[in-house]
Design a protein around this ligand. Structure first.
Ligand SMILES: [Zn+2]
Length: 146
């Protein structure tokens, strides 16, 4: 199992936010909301229990759920389309090629059948690989802080 597979969703999302989306990390201007014996941040949705209130009190804003939610992952696809140089031997071209290779590696499929295998996690993983933050094997190049 690669390091990528062992990361929490939040860690994956933060990696994508930082290395692909140029998302600026900032402290959350949170408003506390109590939910059934736990707390939840009104602003970014971070959750925890009262034993970990310290994590709530002073936390960084959660990034969008790029690796969990297809509509957020689609922002990554659109960002790559709009900001990464296009062409076969470009970062954008490599993203498309590597995504096809990654999705099809077990099933020997090509587009458009690969659409059925497309996941937010795969989009994020390959975007980070092309951005240089993880290796093809899913090893993290730069340490993550969550
Ligand atoms: Zn928050």
């Amino acid at each position: 199992m690669s390091k990528w597979d062992k990361l929490s969703a939040e860690e994956k999302n933060r990696l994508v936010a930082r290395h692909v989306m140029n998302w600026q990390e900032k402290p959350c201007e949170s408003v506390l909301a109590e939910i059934e014996g736990a707390w939840e941040c009104d602003v970014c949705g971070l959750e925890g229990d009262w034993n970990h209130f310290d994590k709530y009190a002073d936390h960084l804003q959660l990034p969008p759920r790029y690796s969990e939610n297809m509509s957020d992952a689609w922002e990554v696809v659109q960002h790559i389309r709009q900001t990464w140089e296009s062409g076969f031997i470009s970062k954008q071209g490599r993203f498309l090629y590597d995504l096809q290779w990654f999705l099809g590696r077990k099933a020997n499929l090509i587009w458009p059948e690969l659409l059925f295998l497309l996941t937010p996690d795969a989009i994020c993983r390959i975007a980070l690989e092309v951005a240089g933050a993880i290796t093809m094997d899913g090893e993290i190049v730069e340490e993550v802080k969550a």
